[in-house]
Structures are given as C-alpha cells and as structure tokens.
Design a protein around this ligand. Structure first.
Ligand SMILES: Cc1cc2nc3c(=O)[nH]c(=O)nc-3n(C[C@H](O)[C@H](O)[C@H](O)COP(=O)(O)OP(=O)(O)OC[C@H]3O[C@@H](n4cnc5c(N)ncnc54)[C@H](O)[C@@H]3O)c2cc1C
Length: 384
C-alpha cells in the first residue's frame, strides 16, 4: 500500500496511554486520525500510577503535559518489604512521579481533541478485516469505518484480541492468570517513596499521586489466591495482613472509595506485535510485570517510536516498511527489559525467595541499582 499523501486515514483501537499518545503525535503532523475508545473520560483505571521519569521529556515537551500545575509528587526512593516485614531501601536511579490515571488519561484526551483527533467514546470495535489496501472496522452498533492504517492499542486483553485469534488469548490458561485490585487511600507514607510490600503469591505497591495526602494502593496476585480465600476482603485479611506493613496500612489508612477497582484475567505471555497487518503498541504488544513500574513508559515510548515511522514514511513508503522497521526497533528496545522483568518477578512472591533476595540486595546497593536499571530505559525523548 502506498501512502502517497498526508491524507491518510489512521484508525486506532483503544484510547489509553498508547493510543492517545500516538493519536496526538500523528494528528500534529497532519494525519487524519480516528480513535475508538470503548469507555469514556475521565475514569479510573487499574494501574499503580507511578510513572518512570524516562517519559518525562516526552510528556512535557512532545505532548505538552504540565506537571507543575497539578503538583505531582516526585518519587525517588524505593522500599521493599518481605512477607514477614524484612525491608530493603534503595534510591531509584532515575525515579518517577505519581499521577492518577483519572487525571493523566483526561489530560491526554483533551490534548488529542485539541490536536484534531476524532474520538469516538463508548465505541467498542468488534471486528476488523483487510480488503486490498483498506482496513475495515465495525463497532458494537454495526457501524463500519475504513482506514489506510489500523493500530491496535487495546491494552492487556480485549474482545478484539479474541476476534483476531491472537495466540496469547487462545492459549491463555485460567491457572496462569492474575487479578489486580486498586484503592485510593489517605495514609502517612513519605511522599517521595514508592513501597512494594510482598505477600504470599503477590505484591502491593503504594505511592503518592496528586491531591493532598492521596496515595494509590494497588496489588497483583494470582487468580488461585483469590479462589482459595473466596473474596477480596477475606484474602486481604488472611494473606496481605500477614505482612506487618500492609496490616498497618489497611488498618490505619482512610480508604477513599466504597469499593476497590478490580480486574482479572491478566497474563504476561508474549504477544505477536503484528496481527492481520494491525501493528500493536502498549500492553497490546506485550505486558511488563507491574512490579517494575514501567508499563506506562513503555506505552509512551512505543507510541513515539511508531509515530516517527508513520510520520517519516508518509510520503515515500508503504505499510510493510513501517511494520518491519517498527518491529525491529520495538524488539531491540524492549525484549531484554521484558525478559529481565520475568526473571525478577520470580524472586518475589514466595516467602523464602523474597527473604533471600532482600538479604542479598541489602548487602549490595550496586546490584540493586543494576537490577532496577535492567527493567528501565533512559529518557527516550531526549536520547532516542
Ligand atoms: C496491577 C497493575 C499495576 C500497574 N502499575 C503500573 C505502574 O505503577 N506504573 C506503570 O508505568 N505501569 C503500571 N502498570 C502497567 C500500565 O497500567 C500499562 O502498561 C498501561 O496502562 C498500558 O497502556 P495502554 O494504552 O497500552 O493500555 P490501556 O491504558 O489499558 O488502554 C487500552 C484502552 O483500550 C480500550 N479498548 C480495549 N478494547 C477496545 C475495543 N475493542 N474498542 C475500543 N477500545 C478498546 C480500553 O477501554 C482502554 O481504554 C500496571 C499494570 C497493572 C496490571
């Protein structure tokens, strides 16, 4: 397919961080962008809400998101605790900042509208097909759309993955799935610190976001763990409270929502980057373990990489070239990170291995720094 003029029509499935960022960057270069989001803005999303500083320049310079006016906390320290309360403290080599997804997605949504992106909210894409050079999409009401390029930014797991018969969806096994739970709380933790408290078969992150004294508490555990204990409340009492830090936080903090936000069927299997000619970005391309606190930056970085390919190739290239060059760069940038994260996660979650890891890392701040760096990149907008 030849993209001979800048009148190309780009369709993006999913208006989370990856989809919104890509839409803004392409619209700013004159591409006709239509974005489909099955939900609405603003709304809460399940996420730990700690953003690594590697996407700082991208957000402030490329997307023009203003951190100062929202008084977002700068997070520089990490505290990890084992199931029994043994702790490790470390400086974060790069650090990050806290922002709720309620605010971040809303800021990006507004920027996308200002940039001329056409956004269909409450619009779930159910089917896609390619006929000749054109992509055809159909939403839940049977409405059809055509596009020259179609990008999948549908997040970790979506109905469209089923439609596309993606391997990770077909082969996913109930027994390997995870669930996640999130609350906003008011608590007393240092605002410049992100805490990672381990418990049997899971871990819980706590870090400051915007708003006075407001923190995000988000944990990930196996679906089996929840099944074993019957309900979230029971599991928290029986399992999470065994970690003395978590027990104190659960007992002494103010929980700001009546009910937590929950999601299930999370899995970290490898995914195809391109399926039926649709290029995937963000979690739709591959999910990093949340304990690395880096999935959002990967979503931003992949959107930036792909926007460069789309915008640079507009006048003189074709779909295959965009796909090949994106795939090569994505793999070179993220494959080691994803593999390292899988290995690191194996150290935590089990009582004995967490204790050994914490004892070892306490003796070697350099090794701790190296491990954190393995799962993170540099500021990609300044140093592409
Ligand atoms: C428990 C947990 C904690 C985490 N904590 C952190 C953290 O602290 N820091 C960090 O950097 N990362 C964290 N992550 C990862 C981070 O949340 C993701 O990497 C990030 O949200 C990926 O962005 P995305 O745009 O790919 O997906 P999303 O933000 O999930 O967006 C996908 C969008 O697609 C829409 N959609 C899906 N299907 C369709 C369809 N058929 N039609 C239209 N729209 C559709 C969805 O409604 C959604 O809005 C965490 C993840 C988990 C599970």
């Amino acid at each position: 397919m030849s993209l001979e003029n800048n009148n190309i029509r780009l369709a993006i499935i999913g208006g989370g961080l990856a989809g919104l960022s890509l839409s803004i960057l392409c619209a700013q270069k004159g591409v006709n962008v239509v974005l489909f989001e099955k939900g609405n803005y603003p709304s809460h999303k399940l996420c730990g809400e700690y953003v690594s500083l590697e996407s700082w320049s991208f957000l402030t310079q490329a997307l023009k998101i203003d951190r100062e006016s929202h008084q977002l906390p700068h997070i520089k320290k990490l505290v990890v605790s084992s199931h029994t309360g043994k702790t490790l403290e470390a400086e974060l080599p790069l650090g990050g900042f806290g922002i709720s997804r309620y605010l971040l997605d809303q800021l990006l949504y507004q920027k996308a509208l200002e940039s001329g992106v056409k956004i269909h909210c409450n619009c779930s894409i159910q089917e896609t097909s390619k006929q000749g050079p054109e992509f055809h999409l159909k939403d839940q009401d049977g409405q059809s759309y055509t596009a020259d390029l179609c990008i999948g930014a549908q997040g970790k797991r979506s109905n469209i993955d089923k439609w596309l018969q993606r391997d990770f969806f077909i082969k996913s096994k109930e027994k390997n799935n995870y669930i996640a739970v999130k609350y906003h709380i008011q608590t007393t933790q240092e605002p410049d610190t992100i805490a990672l408290h381990n418990f049997d078969d899971g871990y819980c992150g706590i870090s400051k976001i915007e708003g006075q004294n407001t923190y995000c508490l988000c944990y990930l555990t196996t679906a089996k763990n929840l099944k074993r204990h019957g309900s979230i409340e029971q599991m928290e009492q029986d399992v999470l409270h065994k970690n003395p830090f978590l027990k104190k936080i659960f007992q002494e903090s103010i929980f700001l929502w009546e009910k937590p936000l929950t999601i299930s069927q999370i899995n970290f299997s490898e995914k195809e980057l391109i399926k039926n000619d649709i290029i995937c970005i963000g979690d739709a391309a591959g999910m990093i373990q949340p304990l690395c606190g880096n999935g959002m930056s990967m979503a931003f970085h992949a959107a930036y990489m792909l926007s460069e390919k789309i915008n640079n190739h507009l006048y003189n290239s074709n779909l295959q070239k965009i796909q090949q060059s994106f795939q090569k760069e994505w793999q070179a940038t993220f494959t080691t990170r994803l593999k390292s994260a899988r290995l690191i996660e194996k150290l935590f979650g089990k009582k004995w291995s967490t204790n050994i890891a914490i004892s070892l890392l306490r003796k070697s701040p350099l090794l701790t720094k190296k491990i954190i760096q393995l799962t993170h990149g540099k500021d990609f907008f300044l140093q592409p």
